[in-house]
Design a protein around this ligand. Structure first.
Ligand code: HEM
Length: 87
């Protein structure tokens, strides 16, 4: 179950990255071309914020995976050692 969740979080992160990668250059171009508008349409800016939030959440989880795995491994080791000393 955890493996499944980890895999799909990675896939989710990868797919959310795609529209974000398109919107970021557009936002930068809109900001630096002085035609008066200076910003993307508000709906697109909101969409970008949501994408960034989703990336930050899924990215934070991807970042934590190795540490969570290490923690679970150590916990498992401790429990099995406790079993050996009890026997
Ligand atoms: C707060 C923001 C973000 C955090 C904390 C974050 C974190 C991470 C982490 C930890 C990984 C896994 C690295 C690994 O173990 O190999 C990852 C993969 C990736 N990130 Fe992010 N990321 C963030 C934002 C972004 C953004 C803005 C993009 C692109 C628009 C992006 C695109 C990707 C892609 C394409 C991968 C590879 C996914 C795969 O393995 O298929 N990330 N990110």
């Amino acid at each position: 179950m955890k493996k499944f969740f980890n895999k799909w979080t990675r896939v989710f992160h990868r797919w959310i990255a795609l529209p974000t990668l398109i919107i970021i250059p557009l936002a930068v171009i809109a900001k630096f071309t002085g035609d008066g508008a200076e910003h993307l349409p508000p709906q697109l800016e909101q969409f970008q914020s949501i994408l960034m939030l989703l990336l930050a959440i899924s990215g934070a989880y991807l970042y934590l995976i190795p540490y969570l795995a290490k923690w679970a491994r150590n916990k498992r080791k401790q429990t099995s050692q406790a079993d050996v000393t009890r026997k």
